[in-house]
Design a protein around this ligand. Structure first.
Ligand SMILES: Nc1ncnc2c1ncn2[C@@H]1O[C@H](COP(=O)(O)OP(=O)(O)OP(=O)(O)O)[C@@H](O)[C@H]1O
Ligand SMILES: Nc1ncnc2c1ncn2[C@@H]1O[C@H](COP(=O)(O)OP(=O)(O)OP(=O)(O)O)[C@@H](O)[C@H]1O
Ligand SMILES: [Mg+2]
Ligand SMILES: [Mg+2]
Lengths: 226, 226
């Protein structure tokens, strides 16, 4: 479902060149549950952004769901993301003027779903993440961990083929984090949804069936949970 | 140095009343190193915001460094914060158009410090948090954990009497997190700087000499590290 071939990603700051990713190749099948870990600045977010077609590599090729996306227009990339991919960003990216309900409803509106069906799905996912009672709160009326869970609900409500999650439990207490991971695992097992998440937490890594270790933009080694 | 008496904090959303803090009383001495923990939504950020005079309680009294701050004007509160308190926010609050250096320099400019002295201090603290080489990067050119460390550097550069840190290591890998906590501990021991930090991480809690447990806005119990 994902094929990255010899990906490089470089940034230029004045005269300085920064290598965020270096010769990364990956092959990920549908239904995998993968963790990416590594020190701060090692390239995790950059990698997730490239897989999610939110950024383009300096070199290399990207295939997502059998499609060569390197030369896709912005409109086609946007359409692919809306149809197939759920994102949980490190910075949540909630829309400040929309309520919890409206933020989670939004991707379903983009898919053209009917109102009543949307409402059922939004209520169900908000209950799963423990935020049904906060459905009218706007993001600035929520705690950090509550905002994180809204972002999680928004990513999962469309039952995407692929979910990319950047440190999805970083701001959650242990119990809430476990509830979220159990939800993700359930979606993986019941719907064959592919999950790739970055994390710093060894407890979270235990859920992954495969672990990629990044360091200075390179995949150092892969681990497999025994 | 901090005295909270029977603090309540309530929000109103339409007809709904939300209790973020309920009858919280605290007495904190100079030089303490305290952790506040609790589930998502339990009131940690609200408590830190009130201690830091960034928010006012619905009821109760707040004394910071012997001053009754309840009736202070915004200008006086701002002056008190600039002089005495360093903040590490859950959302970092970096100024997007300023570089790493300029973000960390800013509180020193507000204190009227001379340029050469400011430069030395900024370079020193950026080296301590491992970001000297990123001093020209703007926040959108940094990873999540790098931004967190800029926020930490900015909070600590003035050698404040009090540092309030809201989940300061949430987005950091273990090694980087330990380096940050060691730096904080050093400031606590050498400069008698008071630290209050919220966290979900049991490893981080181990650094604290006293732990307050919040649940649904109430302090459930205090623990003391043996
Ligand atoms: N501006 C606001 N308006 C309405 N409710 C709010 C507001 N800010 C916070 N709350 C609510 O008050 C409660 C406490 O929020 P607070 O941010 O202090 O929690 P927290 O312990 O920091 O949580 P987290 O671990 O998720 O960061 C939450 O239920 C939250 O929804
Ligand atoms: N827009 C940009 N311009 C310049 N450099 C960037 C940019 N975005 C990221 N970088 C740099 O690329 C490297 C990788 O960044 P990335 O965000 O992928 O790291 P990360 O592994 O997600 O780190 P963290 O754990 O701190 O979130 C970092 O050194 C970062 O400073
Ligand atoms: Mg990142
Ligand atoms: Mg909080």
């Amino acid at each position: 479902i994902i094929n990255l071939k010899n990906i490089d990603k470089e940034y230029k700051l004045g005269q300085t060149k920064i290598t965020a990713l270096k010769d990364v190749s990956l092959d990920i099948q549908a239904g995998e549950f993968i963790s990416v870990c590594g020190p701060s600045g090692s390239g995790k977010t950059t990698l997730l952004n490239i897989i999610g077609c939110l950024d383009t590599p300096t070199k290399g090729n990207v295939k997502i769901i059998e499609k060569d996306v390197i030369n896709y227009s912005d409109a086609k990339l946007s359409e692919l993301r809306n149809k197939y991919i759920g994102f949980i960003f490190q910075s949540f990216n909630l829309i400040p003027v929309l309520s919890t309900f409206e933020n989670v409803d939004y991707p379903l509106v983009l898919l053209g779903m009917k109102k009543k069906q949307r409402q059922e799905k939004v209520h169900a996912i908000l209950s799963e993440v423990g935020l049904y009672d906060h459905k009218k709160h706007r993001p600035d009326e929520l705690s950090g961990g509550q905002r994180q869970r809204v972002a999680i609900a928004r990513a999962l409500v469309t039952n995407p083929k692929l979910v990319l999650a950047d440190e999805p439990t970083a701001n959650l207490d242990h119990k809430t984090g476990v509830a979220i991971l159990d939800l993700m695992q359930k979606m993986n097992e019941e719907h064959n949804c592919t999950f790739i998440f970055s994390t710093h937490d060894p407890e979270v890594m235990k859920y992954a069936k495969k672990i990629y270790h990044l360091r200075d933009g390179e995949i150092q080694k892969q681990g497999k949970r025994s």
